[in-house]
Design a protein around this ligand. Sequence first.
Ligand code: DGJ
Length: 726
Amino acid sequence: MTEISYDAEHQTWLIQLPSSAYGLGVSADGRVVRHLHWGPPCDLADLVPLAAAEHAGRRTGKIGWGHEEPSEYVPWGGPRYDEPTLKADFPDGTRGIEWQLTGHDISRSADAVTLTLDLADLACPLRARLHYRVFHDSDVLERWATISHAEPAAAGGGDGVAGGPIVLRQSHSANWWLPRREHWRARYLTGGWASETQPAQTTLGPGKFVLESRRGVTSHHLQPYFALDDGTATEETGEVWGGLLAWSGSFRLVLETTPGGSVHVSGGWNDFDAPIELAAGEELTLPVFAGCYSAAGQGGLSRSWHDYQLRHVLGGRGRTGGPPPLRPVLYNSWEATGFDVTEGGQAELADLAAGLGAELFVVDDGWFTGRRDDQAGLGDWVPDPAKFPRGLDPLIDRVHELGMGFGLWVEPEMVNPDSDLYRAHPDWVLHFSGRARSERRHQLVLNLACDDVADWVFGTVDGLLRRYQIDFIKWDMNRHFSEPGWPERAGHNPERMWVDYVRHLYSILDRLRAAHPRVAFEACAGGGARIDLGILARSDQAWTSDNTDAWDRLPIQEGFSYAYPAQAMVNWVTDSPNPLTGRRLPLRYRFHVAMAGTLGLGGNLSQWSPAERVEARRLVARYKEIRPVVQHGRQFRLASTQDGPLGAVQFVSADGDQVVVLAWTGVRHFRPWPTRLRLAALDPAATYRNQDTGEERSGASLRQLGLKLPDDLDYASLLVRLERVS
Ligand code: DGJ
């Protein structure tokens, strides 16, 4: 049961989640809101001795050398030297914050409980409201802060009585304190283009471990994700603490060990090159930094993240209740045609895709004016008359007649210098006056922080959605920021671009979703460079990686599953040899790998043999049978290709009745090799029937003896469906 309760006598709060708890208290002088507990469930009364121990700890600290208070929102100010959550400069030259707790409140809605704590600086007009929100059905604690400059805005728009803005030098969303342990291991997700979300780990020693992006987007390189344990947690056992930041721009997570043996994590948008001037009367809401504790290992933590996102994040901000609708099987033309998109070619692919069972047909890059390759056209979002002499409507009608939804690729945050848009508005891009404008993929970044540009982006996509019968938008973004200037704002905090860009992007997507509720959105950024809770709250799915080689894909998909649910992860079955790696893999294997998320087809279907098409049609049909369990079920990672050439995952429906197992091998040496795959999370006393062979076995047998793995040496795969029959 989720609840937040307050003990007025001891000034403690307890946030109870279904399988965990979070406790806070107040220092003896009433000034510091102090962290007391994050871990297993406990009672409000359990916090009293913890609070007393913290007070005692302070008293016995050696003069001047004690540990920093585990403050819930660490200010830079006074004698503390750990990572600040907030650092501010005031107009009178003061550069330190001293908090005082001024109020607190617990509010309840139908599906959530929220604690707010109000902090005020003792001398300057800086306020922080800390938010702690928990949903009744989730173990995830959402934390964020609202920062405000409390002076009334001066008449005539000046900066306030004290004559200037408050400058936020670092404004993280939240900071997390972990308990004391001998060792700490951090797991995180790293990679690059075509190798995103690779699981990685490190031992935390003295000092700081920083995960960040300074690229303007979340990045291929690092995810705003961490998972911490004392080095003993396994996939299904042990305590793990994790965090995910809901921010799609530059971010920074700082993990620091404390001299006391704890870990302190502070995170939010990246302060690098990004001071924020807060004018009198201005308020700034920081992104959610969500945390989650699991006593069921890394797998338990992942499942909590999945449940939370399926119920409260994916497919629309603030959506509550059951999981989002199942995602359709899509076909995307990118790997088949590249930029060579024509009405005839697309119609032919649409016929073939429909024949295989695709439910959504997506026209990728190349459909708009001047887009013969990646050197021109971005910005000019009208169908290319050379490729679509009759416009897009006939193709859209054809796709709809075939019973599929119609999807269109856009990259509206970008412009090619060779475009009418750039010729008309060369000042709309990020740049410094008089400096080179570095192109990547021959394109520049439109400055979405600028109101005119954001309005244009909204208007352009809204116009397409109004003009055409579009059911799905693939929203791409293919380069990182450089020369992040905003000359128009010179002298007026142009660095706000880093933050306002993302805020405007969110507002554009929110407005588009509100105006076109039938349209689904796919988040894409040159593969998976912008996948995070912030963009997923405005998307129905995400393009995981441009690497569609099924074997390469396994660690990418595994890492993705650490943080995000299978439904959000789109996987295409493409050609063999794979266009990127040249690897040849069986069609069935490619399907079995792609089936571990939202299935897509991305190959050149006109080159597939009749036999391959028959097999593909059968496998698409099979995916549709397992889709509810994969997209909405609970996921158990059974084997990892990080440990050897075998990966396997198991999905279990919410009621436990349906089970799907997918397993894949890589290149194997001929030597003794595990021949069986033990299953997880089955009722030992229940009987399960293999839906293909009819064989019945007990849950105990499936857990202990497992399923037989395929004998083929290399690139073999397995799909098993089980149903609980008693
Ligand atoms: C990058 C995406 O990840 C690809 O799927 C494709 O849409 C290309 N961009 C098109 O330029």
